[in-house]
Design a binder for this molecule. Structure first.
Ligand code: EPU
Length: 431
């Protein structure tokens, strides 16, 4: 296992580029299964989760070639229809192969992903969606087994107790492309990653309208073709770099971003006192020594993203007041609080709200990463803390941040990757 050793207190300065979005790349790689023809996906980040998706595709019998951020998928005649437990258990997002395999092969068997460290993660909306399209679904031996001779169009409402679902929308949208008739998804997720997926599907020959709004219409077609596509920039990586720059009182330019995908994050950072200038695909951010406390509530897009909650909380530890951070997407996603408190933060949990009392400084400590975004928060805290921080179990961060330490090093951070004595990472679900 590996850990990050960080010496805090360096101001981040310079220019850094954003990688392709993990949460676009994963469903788009799954969507390639809808065609017989090869597809080529560009700007794919080199991440553990992407490698897991490639393993799932190969396990189905699909030929996958990768290199230099390009993944070529050759799905012709793939014969397996199963995503096994050993792969799904390491990445929850594997569920997004369910819709494409079912639509293309008439049968899909995908291991039930269960819950994960960020809380219970039900899949009822995925199942509701594909059942509405005519699939028979059963749970057998821990697997979701879905069957249909030919799917048909339907109107399906995909809202749950916590609003829309990104991957349920993705799954139903992908399955609906090859149905007979028209599908209308109501309360669809509006995330940019859904638009990116829809854009790829349209390049494959799908007929889709309304992506990016809560109502998506899909007109089923008989077959889809191979296509070429470039993944959008990762808005969560961008937001994480923005927060890292702000807390270190830095001055950083982020290149190759899509600032329009970060409205809520930029707004909150400005409210906290950061200076942010947007110019095309560049974002220039200047931090300050102390911030104003800011209240944040996570919500589905275009609200403040749950995937930025932990990182923003790390910043709010250093204000001159109290911030309330409320989680409305994953009410239990607070595993980072106890680790931030080990570094001297004063955070209390009240239901699904964290009350963050600003402290004069954080102090470096050994801390343990527990999920992807929580690890990013600990790295941010380490960059600003006094002294040495060791973040262990960084395999979590490798799931979703490409070359994170190289990027931070290039901005002047003191961070290095070291082997740690810990053995055997416990299995983790997330993503
Ligand atoms: N939900 C249900 N039923 C379902 C599905 C979801 O009740 O069938 C609930 C969830 O429990 C949650 C809410 O709906 O309360 C939203 O979950 P969603 O389904 O949107 O999450 P997801 O699609 O499984 C994606 C991202 C997550 C991100 C969430 C929310 C990918 C691969 N994953 O997950 O990303 O947190 O949307 O924006 O796109 C991450 O990158 O670190 C990460 C966890």
């Amino acid at each position: 296992m590996e850990k990050f050793v960080i010496k805090g207190g360096r101001r981040l300065r310079g220019t850094v580029s954003v990688s392709g979005a993990k949460n676009s790349a994963l469903p788009i790689l799954a969507a390639t299964l809808l065609s017989e023809e090869p597809s080529e996906i560009k700007n794919v980040p080199n991440l553990r989760d992407v490698n897991t998706m490639v393993k799932i595709l190969r396990n189905l019998g699909v030929r996958v070639l990768m290199g230099n951020g390009i993944i070529r998928v050759e799905p012709r005649g793939y014969s397996q229809c199963e995503a096994p437990y050993k792969l799904v258990s390491t990445m929850r997002a594997s569920i997004c192969v369910l819709g494409p395999i079912l639509a293309k092969k008439g049968f899909a068997k995908v291991s039930h992903p269960g819950g994960c460290i960020i809380g219970p993660r039900p899949i009822d909306l995925h199942i509701k969606g594909i059942k509405a399209l005519g699939a028979g679904v059963s749970i057998e031996g821990g697997y979701i087994c879905a069957k249909a001779k030919r799917l048909h169009g339907a109107t399906v409402y995909l809202g749950g107790a916590f609003g829309s679902s990104v991957l349920a929308t993705a799954n139903v949208m992908m399955a609906a492309t090859l149905t007979q008739g028209t599908t209308i998804i109501e309360n669809a997720a509006c995330e940019p990653e859904i638009c990116d997926l829809a854009d790829f599907l349209v390049k494959m020959g799908a007929k889709i309208k309304g992506q990016g709004t809560p109502v998506i219409e899909i007109y089923g077609v008989k077959r889809l073709f191979g296509a070429e596509h470039t993944i959008i920039p990762d808005r969560i990586e961008t937001g994480t770099l923005l927060v890292a720059a702000v807390v270190t009182n830095g001055e950083v330019e982020i290149k190759g971003a899509k600032p329009e995908h970060l409205g809520a994050v930029i707004d909150k950072l400005r409210e906290a006192g950061a200076k942010i200038i947007v110019n095309g695909n560049k974002i220039k951010v200047t931090g300050r020594k102390r911030f104003k406390p800011v209240n944040v509530t996570t919500l589905p897009y275009p609200g403040f993203p749950t995937d930025m909650q932990a990182q923003f909380m790390a910043a709010m530890c250093l204000t001159d007041g109290i911030s309330v951070i409320t989680e409305k997407v994953y009410p239990e996603r607070f595993i980072h609080i106890s680790e931030l408190n080990r570094m001297g933060a004063q955070i209390m949990l009240e239901g699904s709200s964290a009350i963050v009392r600003g402290v004069p400084r954080l102090s470096g400590a050994p801390v343990m990463a527990s999920d992807l975004r929580a690890s990013a928060a600990l790295v941010i805290a380490g960059l600003v803390a006094k002294g040495r921080t060791e973040v262990s179990r960084i395999y979590h961060i490798d799931r979703g941040y490409e070359k994170i330490e190289e990027k931070l090093l290039s901005l002047g951070a003191e961070i290095r990757r070291e082997r740690s004595n810990e053995v055997h990472p416990p299995q983790n679900l997330g993503g």
